[in-house]
Design a protein around this ligand. Structure first.
Ligand code: ATP
Ligand code: MG
Ligand code: MG
Ligand code: MG
Length: 489
């Protein structure tokens, strides 16, 4: 059957629609009224009020594909991106929810059935984790979930493992809805060998290696984490699941990397046309650059389509940092001297526009923002790289491993290199940056734009609607039939 990105996304939504779920649209990549989050980091964000009991919907089961960005706060994957092949800054999280309706039993049975029967994933390669309890929170192990896995599914019982709070107690942020969870991981095997040969499978789950990846998290929402750290029971028991779309797609397409799926290959083809170099899927500098660039251009395109604007603080600065990071990889690893990210935007729109029509509707707007960001940084990027080489060379010759924070900070103040980028460049050379010195230099340098405030720099809904639509194909996706009520009450 069809295993294209569009088909798999549809298959997921249809599967849950058939089981009484309302298919709803993704919310924007930044939460509307939540001061605890810069970016939407999970599918459940748009339902936070329902879990807390402060809002309602006219349905008790929902499913969607949610645009997520994980580059800040509790969930920050920036340093993984491009280095590995399964963490993105921007990704889609497929999810199904029960609001006080079904609980662990149905969530587990349906997840297993979809993966192993509808999609035919090999059962002997799947591993499941359950919450092993936590003393500090006074919570017991989730024996109920463990039992359900062993009695209601045909998973090998030795493949059901217990893990602690770090992996199996899901929290949105420092406060807010949370609960024990049960996750499904897949053993993709050592490349080219039998899946069970090699590393100890039990030790591989949650070990952060490329062989075992986490596919799907089933969260049993039961608590609200309060400001003082205590857990308060939620008014109703709910289910919140999240599956990494790019990850499950890679598995279904028989690939070992998310970047080898049809969500990324068109972007790589376009980039190849620009740089004349082909992506090779390796851990080498050029291939990392390809992955970082494709990842970051997806993230900023979706954020700009949703009305974010680049700025020097908060959310807007996160996006500016992504563009500068991508530009640096383009210049240093691929030798691109001119703005190029903007040329990838139409391809991003081709890849994501069907699921997220706001991206295709606003191509020109996105391109304008990306181009002006690239041009602004392009003016100092080359000189900054030269200056960095001087600093790194000096430190290397001195035998010390650390670049003085004051000099490193100059790369930010004079050449616009974000701190995370300077740190990354130092790491690439086996060096570090003296962080305390950077902090001191930074507070000495009064940043006038700081008063802008963390959560400003968004286009209003009216301004967004006023943008010229650039494609006549602007249409509501089939997910667009969802109806929300009780928002922000
Ligand atoms: P991991 O342990 O791999 O970092 P996670 O436990 O942080 O994942 P969850 O918060 O449980 O992730 O999110 C639900 C699902 O979303 C995960 O099971 C995974 O498939 C997917 N996912 C999480 N982070 C990313 C990311 N940065 N890029 C792509 N997919 C992701
Ligand atoms: Mg993670
Ligand atoms: Mg995890
Ligand atoms: Mg998880």
């Amino acid at each position: 059957s069809d295993r294209s990105a569009a088909a798999v996304r549809r298959q997921f939504l249809e599967y849950f629609e058939e089981r009484g779920h309302r298919v709803v649209p993704s919310s924007p990549v930044f939460p509307q009224d939540d001061p605890t989050l810069l970016f939407t980091n999970a599918g459940m964000n748009q339902f936070k009020d329902v879990f807390l009991g402060t809002g309602t919907r006219d349905y008790t089961r929902a499913a969607d594909t949610q645009k997520c960005i994980r580059v800040s706060g509790k969930h920050n994957d920036l340093e993984e991106v491009g280095v590995d092949t399964y963490h993105h800054t921007f990704f889609e999280m497929l999810g199904n929810w029960s609001f006080g309706d079904y609980f662990k039993r149905d969530a587990i049975v349906w997840a297993w059935e979809l993966l192993t029967e509808k999609w035919g994933l090999p059962k002997d390669r799947l591993w499941v984790t359950v919450f092993g309890g936590d003393e500090a929170d006074g919570l017991p192990a989730d024996e109920e979930a463990e039992e359900l896995w062993k009695t209601l599914t045909d998973i090998d019982h030795s493949h059901v493992l217990r893990f602690g709070k770090g992996d199996n107690f899901w929290e949105m942020g420092d406060t807010g809805p949370c609960g024990p969870c049960s996750e499904i991981h897949i053993d993709r095997g050592e490349p080219g060998s039998d899946p069970m040969v090699g590393a100890d499978p039990v030790a591989g789950v949650n070990a952060g290696n490329e062989r075992f990846i986490e596919l799907w998290n089933l969260v049993f929402m039961q608590f609200n984490r309060m400001d003082d750290g205590s857990l308060k029971p939620l008014p109703a028991k709910s289910v919140d699941t999240g599956m990494g779309f790019e990850r499950v797609l890679s598995v279904l397409q028989g690939k070992l990397s998310n970047y080898d799926t049809d969500l990324f290959t068109p972007i790589f083809e376009r980039l190849t046309a620009i740089v004349g170099h082909r992506y090779g899927g390796s851990a080498g500098e050029k291939d990392i650059a390809f992955r970082v660039i494709a990842d970051h251009v997806r993230a900023v395109s979706c954020a700009f389509a949703d009305g974010a604007l680049p700025s020097n603080v908060g959310r807007g600065y996160v996006l500016r940092r992504l563009i500068r990071r991508a530009a640096r990889f383009g210049r240093q690893a691929l030798g691109i001297e001119q703005p190029f990210l903007t040329d990838l935007v139409p391809t991003v729109s081709k890849v994501l526009g069907q699921a997220f029509p706001e991206v295709s509707a606003r191509i020109e707007h996105i391109q304008l923002l990306v181009r002006s960001e690239e041009e602004a940084f392009g003016a100092t990027l080359g000189r900054g790289l030269v200056r960095f080489e001087e600093l790194a060379g000096k430190v290397g010759a001195s035998g010390k491993g650390s670049i003085a924070g004051k000099e490193a900070f100059e790369l930010y103040a004079t050449y616009g290199f974000p701190r995370d980028l300077v740190d990354l460049m130092a790491r690439e050379r086996g060096l570090s940056v003296d962080q305390a010195e950077w902090d001191a230099a930074e507070s000495a340098h009064q940043d006038a734009s700081r008063s802008e405030g963390k959560f400003t720099q968004l286009l209003s809904a009216e301004q967004l609607d006023g943008l010229p639509a650039t494609e006549s194909t602007y249409h509501q996706s089939r997910a667009g039939s969802g109806h929300r009520s009780g928002d922000g009450s």
